[in-house]
Ligand binder design. Structure first.
Ligand SMILES: C=C1C[C@]23C[C@@]1(O)CC[C@H]2[C@@]12CCC[C@@](C)(C(=O)O1)[C@H]2[C@@H]3C(=O)O
Ligand SMILES: O=C(O)CCC(=O)C(=O)O
Ligand SMILES: [Fe+2]
Length: 372
């Protein structure tokens, strides 16, 4: 069993957090199981205002802009989220993954359930993995792909021409390759903005034996069916993503990010833009300079919405610690080192407080400074 599955088995014993609502049979009311009407008290978010801010502009960075590096560093430090233009991902590929996702989610429920994510598995159809942290169910369905999509795709389109699932698999693989390229470019820019030279083999990406390993390739397709009463339902509850960062494509409005002292801000579905969320492991790596971004997805009464999420993280068993160059007498290491696998365990038990569990106290000298 792969390390992600091991974590998943030990933390997700109950399959009732996997089955989405049968949206085909939804009439004109949101069932009680899906009604979100109590405060969540998560991430220290003030829930007194339900208002979503549309007038505050989120950073949009043109990767061809000569000032991109500086703008990106600034966006990561202030927002933990930004949108990128001129990212180099072919637009027809984005259209193709959209239409393949639409084709998947419009299959009959009984067909989708043939590829349901089994307890202990990461890949497959079901509710998003974070659903177990919330008292109510979310108004969405997801399809998670770790590694090859072939096995799951065969379950979805078993009786038809091979072309049916092979088209899906081709598009997934192609999209993933493009995401990997873009993520590596973004990772270099983010690290450069912190003054880190990525040529330095020391920063991350190598195991304890020093051998270079492949990063994990994880993709999640999300579908948000139209909802009879969007104010009472939640597409995806508030959360942070755990890897270094995620790259999100959305087909319409619905993604909200939280900023302290500001509130919930809408991420506009700009044409040809991709949204980048800083994840928890980047918070550790940057010694708290880039904080992971809390976000959620709302639903809509008239428009079906899709999103495609690519996770860029380190290999599961590589230790991530605050970068040495960011630690000095005035900046002690705030977090202890952790592998992604260990962090998923911590997150499974502490969810919104997971990063707090990594905070360490270090001894300071008589002058109040950290002695490395
Ligand atoms: C490796 C993992 C990160 C993830 C939880 C998981 O065990 C498998 C799915 C991942 C994913 C993908 C979409 C967003 C996300 C928040 C979710 O619900 O499932 C992430 C999880 C995460 O980043 O913690
Ligand atoms: O649907 C979206 O825009 C966001 C999805 C998301 O945050 C996730 O899958 O982690
Ligand atoms: Fe997310």
């Amino acid at each position: 069993m792969n390390p992600v599955s091991e974590t998943y088995v030990s933390n997700h014993p109950q399959p009732n957090h996997i089955f989405p609502l049968d949206f085909e049979s939804v009439q004109d009311v949101v069932p009680d199981s899906h009604t979100w009407n109590s405060p969540l008290n998560m991430f220290n978010i003030d829930e007194s205002s339900k208002h979503v801010i549309r007038s505050v502009a989120l950073p949009v960075i043109d990767l061809d802009d000569p000032n991109a590096l500086e703008l990106l560093g600034d966006a990561c430090q202030t927002w933990g989220v930004f949108q990128v233009m001129n990212h180099g991902v072919p637009l027809n590929l984005i259209k193709n993954i959209e239409s393949e996702s639409r084709r998947l989610f419009s299959l009959p429920t009984e067909q989708k359930l043939k590829a349901v994510r089994l307890p202990g598995e990461v890949s497959g159809y079901g509710l998003a993995h974070i659903s177990k942290f919330f008292p109510k169910k979310m108004w969405s369905e997801s399809f998670c792909i770790l590694g090859s999509p072939v096995e799951q795709a065969r379950k979805l389109w078993p009786d038809q021409d091979e072309a049916d699932y092979s088209k899906f698999c081709e598009v997934i693989e192609e999209y993933r390759n493009e995401m990997k390229k873009l993520s590596e470019r973004l990772m270099c820019l983010m690290l450069s903005s912190l003054g880190i030279n990525t040529e330095d083999p020391n920063w991350t990406g190598s195991s304890s034996t020093g051998e270079q390993k492949d990063t994990l390739s994880l993709l999640q397709l999300n579908s948000y069916p139209v909802c009879p009463d969007p104010n009472r339902a939640m597409g995806l509850g508030p959360h942070t993503d755990s890897p270094f960062f995620t790259v999100v494509h959305q087909t319409g409005p619905g993604l909200h990010v939280h900023r302290n002292q500001v509130g919930w801000v809408e991420v506009p579905p700009l044409q040809n833009a991709l949204t980048i969320h800083i994840g928890d492991l980047f918070t550790v790596l940057s010694n708290g300079r880039f904080m992971s971004c809390v976000h959620r997805a709302a639903v809509n009464q008239t428009r079906h919405r899709l999103s495609v999420v690519y996770l860029h993280g380190p290999p599961m068993d590589v230790k991530v610690s605050p970068l040495m160059k960011l630690v000095d007498p005035d900046h002690p290491p705030l977090y202890r080192s952790v592998t992604w696998k260990e962090f998923l365990d911590i997150k499974a038990k502490n969810f919104d407080k997971a990063l707090d569990q990594l905070i360490q106290t270090v001894e300071l000298g008589e002058d109040g400074k950290y002695i490395a």
